[in-house]
Design a protein around this ligand. Structure first.
Ligand code: MN3
Length: 197
């Protein structure tokens, strides 16, 4: 669980290991620059609030109305940026054996979407439809339903009390160096390195 003062977590795999699906240069910019900036901004924003420094990241995001009004939007944006990126980089893998859902998850996907192919199409359609910058999540609700949910900017599912299963960054910085405006190609390829286990 991440907590103040936030420190950039190291990638659990080499920068070039997701090639050719995600290129090395994108991984460096995305992890070392973009992710680092959210971490630096969040630390700076929490500096004047010793009480918030004691609160875990997930709790900050789950209860936005407990945040000081003056800095609420900025804290949510940057805390969301830290949460989403931490989860995203942990959810990528060069290990092919981990890019397949386990039996229990596979069954839930078939129950909810009909087939894995159908799920993937729906997920990609949803992610293609994110207007501007944002994220697409597959999350599990309390009654075990799987939902595909789009989030704008750095919003997170934490206030919805659902369990995140996988997520994809659809900000242009996640794919533009390699894929340019072809978000759909990025989305088709990312399944090769998305970790389910
Ligand atoms: Mn990003």
């Amino acid at each position: 669980m991440l907590k103040y003062p936030y420190i950039l977590p190291e990638l659990p795999y080499p920068y070039d290991s997701l090639e050719p699906y995600i290129d090395t240069e994108t991984m460096h910019y995305h992890h070392d620059k973009h992710f680092q900036t959210y971490i630096d901004n969040l630390n700076k924003l929490l500096e004047p609030y010793p009480m918030l420094q004691e609160v875990p990241l997930e709790t900050l995001l789950a209860y936005p109305n407990r945040l000081p009004f003056k800095d609420r939007v900025a804290i949510m944006n940057n805390a969301g940026g830290v949460y989403n990126h931490n989860l995203f980089f942990m959810s990528l893998t060069p290990d092919k054996t981990k890019t397949i859902p386990d039996a229990e998850t596979a069954k839930k996907i078939i129950d909810n979407f009909g087939s894995f192919e159908e799920f993937k199409n729906k997920f990609n359609e949803s992610a293609k439809g994110v207007f501007g910058s944002g994220w697409t999540y597959l999350a599990e609700s309390r009654n075990n339903n799987l939902q595909i949910i789009n989030f704008a900017n750095q919003d997170t599912p934490l206030y919805m009390r659902v369990k995140p299963i996988i997520l994809v960054d659809v900000w242009e910085h996640a794919y533009y160096l390699k894929y340019k405006n072809a978000r759909a190609d990025y989305l088709n390829n990312i399944w090769n390195v998305l970790k389910w286990q």
